[in-house]
Ligand binder design. Structure first.
Ligand SMILES: Cc1cc2nc3c(=O)[nH]c(=O)nc-3n(C[C@H](O)[C@H](O)[C@H](O)COP(=O)(O)O)c2cc1C
Length: 188
């Protein structure tokens, strides 16, 4: 199972809209995915005491999903030149090393004129540091609000990019798994 992480808890989030569109692309490829929306997680319960042993059940459950995942697809909006703080808070509650090391990850950025380049590159630093397998073909959605209508992407060329990324990421994950390099199959 691949998980699509909608990287903010903001109500009416465009990231969640993009996550749903990407989910439908994977469904059309007969690939099972599930969205993890930060809006659905009780992140306000995190008061600093849950980093190590005191993890609430909901974090344990999310961690089980992350640790068993084929791959993680992050939808990362730009907030003040970086990823949203809640996304970093969420990532900081992942288990190490199981969540990160040799886990395939893929990024779609969104934002204003710089299209989410900065938050994606910040995420790449985090996952690169933690030895994940980063899929190289990233997608950036500039002025994302201009390309969405009724929760659909209006530009065919953007849909094509998203479809190509999904196909490429799927092949990437498959290649890592079949060669014993994937987090779930390699000896770490
Ligand atoms: C708190 C906040 C900070 C933002 N900062 C930036 C920014 O630095 N650069 C940018 O291009 N867009 C910025 N935006 C615009 C968002 O990237 C854009 O509205 C996008 O849709 C946000 O994703 P969301 O709808 O999933 O929250 C910001 C939006 C919010 C809410």
């Amino acid at each position: 199972m691949k998980y699509i992480i909608a990287g903010t808890n903001r109500p009416d989030s465009n990231s969640l809209r993009i996550a749903n569109i990407i989910k439908s692309i994977y469904t059309a490829m007969n690939e099972e995915t599930e969205i993890i929306s930060l809006q659905d997680l009780p992140l306000k319960e995190l008061d600093g005491t849950q980093y190590s042993k005191n993890k609430p059940t909901w974090i344990e459950n999310v961690n089980k999903k992350i640790i068993s995942s084929d791959g993680l697809i992050f939808i990362v909006p730009e907030y003040n030149g970086s990823m949203p703080g809640v996304l970093k808070l969420f990532i900081d509650h992942f288990e190490y090393p199981g969540s990160f090391v040799h886990r395939p990850v893929c990024f779609v950025g969104l934002g204003g004129m710089f299209a989410g380049l900065r938050p994606v590159e910040h995420c790449q630093q985090v996952f690169g540091y933690r030895n994940a397998f980063i899929y190289p073909d990233r997608i950036f959605l500039p002025n994302v609000w201009t390309m969405l209508e009724n929760d659909k992407i209006t530009k065919a060329e953007i849909m094509k990019l998203l479809e190509e990324q999904a196909k490429g990421f799927s092949t990437f994950v498959h290649a890592l798994k079949t060669n014993g390099l994937h987090a779930n199959t390699s000896a770490k």
